[in-house]
Ligand binder design. Structure first.
Ligand code: GLA
Length: 387
């Protein structure tokens, strides 16, 4: 279901559930992370794309106090108010919405109350395509519209991230929210999470990405995500004591400096850092390959990234490894896990003319290993908007 259809369906569900047409509607997409795994919270860089799957969010004002949320996709309802930061129970999406509204209210210093809200998402949950960021950003855009307030897009991303940290328990970086907000049609975005600069990277016409879901469910809050983040910070702190220049994040450590000093820091933290330092370097080499039109070299970096996930960051899983091995055997130029890992999806970069054949071969390869993959066609798309 595309953007227009999702917004229409969200509005119809809102009308049916609350008996009122929405006054404010928004759409925000999920994302694929193409290169730069776990680099965002290390002040690094990432290549990513918003996709054509996302979340619709509708709001109308109500005379009833409180926030009344209808999650149309799950057919769940919740009511809460924003007087405190207590968790919403019994509804999966409640905390993301409450968190976003709560921090927007705090940021604006203006009470938010008396709203009927409907959310509807078509990003498969737990697939690693950032359904939660799509929900957060769509909720943020819709509520800002009804309040008639304009906020800086980076500030919106930060408030959504804060909601995810404090209401959902995942200490994520800003990648998912940035991708959902700044995505462009037919291209990737390059985000620098130190300077918060975003630039666009046009892709050759004949390239597309297949998302392959081997159906390993994951949740970032329950995964070792937060532990990995702590290990990266530990490595940065230890390297800061060894290097002659300031190190506030792994971004400040070059591959050569890391190689020379990795033996002098905690061995476990060093393996996690090896992934991050390598990834930041791969993003920059990847940019160069795209500039030179060398897709083979770019694809190779995706395979290297996945290998580093297996060996250094240990955030892959056997099902994803099978998909990536299958993609390689099928002649795809590149493939890797995308997003937090510990489950979720792999992305496979293919040339358009080989897409159908590659897909068929991956399917057969996976089935021979007892994995039934789902293929999700995604197109790099524009970021969030109000309708
Ligand atoms: C998840 C997080 C992001 C990022 C990726 C890994 O998607 O939400 O902030 O850290 O994992 O790159």
């Amino acid at each position: 279901m595309n953007k227009t259809a999702v917004i229409k369906k969200t509005a119809a569900a809102h009308l049916e559930n609350f008996g009122t047409a929405p006054e404010s509607m928004a759409w925000a997409p999920g994302r694929i992370e193409v290169l730069g795994n776990h680099t965002d919270y290390n002040a690094g860089t990432v290549l990513s794309a918003a996709i054509d799957l996302g979340h619709g969010f509708c709001i109308s004002r109500s005379a009833r106090p409180g926030i009344h949320l209808f999650a149309a996709d799950a057919n769940q309802r919740a009511s809460f108010d924003l007087t405190d930061a207590s968790k919403v129970t019994g509804i999966g999406s409640g905390n993301y919405v409450k968190g976003v509204f709560y921090f927007i209210q705090e940021h604006l210093g203006r009470k938010i109350d008396g709203l009927d809200c409907t959310s509807l998402g078509v990003v498969p949950l737990g697939s690693g395509l950032s359904s939660s960021a799509a929900l957060e950003v769509s909720a943020a855009y819709a509520v800002l519209k009804i309040l008639n307030v304009t906020l800086d897009k980076k500030e919106i991303a930060r408030l959504c991230q804060k909601a995810e940290h404090q209401f959902a328990g995942s200490k994520c970086g800003l990648l998912d929210q940035f991708s959902s907000i700044f995505g462009i049609g037919h291209g990737l975005i390059h985000s620098d999470f130190r300077t918060l600069e975003v630039s666009s990277v046009v892709l050759p016409e004949d390239i597309e990405f297949l998302v392959v879901n081997p159906h390993v469910k994951h949740s970032l809050a329950a995964s070792p995500y937060n532990e990995r983040r702590e290990r990266c910070e530990q490595a940065a702190a230890q390297l800061a004591k060894l290097l002659p220049h300031p190190v506030t994040a792994l971004r400040d450590v070059s591959p050569a400096e890391f190689a020379a000093n990795r033996g002098r820091i905690d061995a476990g933290a060093a393996r996690r850092a090896a992934h991050v330092v390598g990834e930041i370097d791969r993003v920059e080499r990847g940019m160069e390959s795209i500039r030179q039109g060398d897709l083979k070299a770019f694809g190779q970096l995706l395979f290297e990234s996945h290998q580093s996930s297996i060996e250094n960051f240990e955030n892959s899983c056997p099902e994803l490894d099978v998909v990536v091995a299958a993609a390689r055997a099928a002649g795809a130029p590149g493939a890797r896990l995308s997003g937090g890992g510990f489950g979720g999806c792999a992305i496979v970069m293919v040339r358009k003319e080989q897409a159908a054949a590659v897909r068929k071969q991956i399917d057969a390869f996976c089935r021979a290993k007892d994995i039934t993959p789902e293929f999700i066609a995604v197109t790099p798309s524009a970021g969030a908007e109000t309708a």
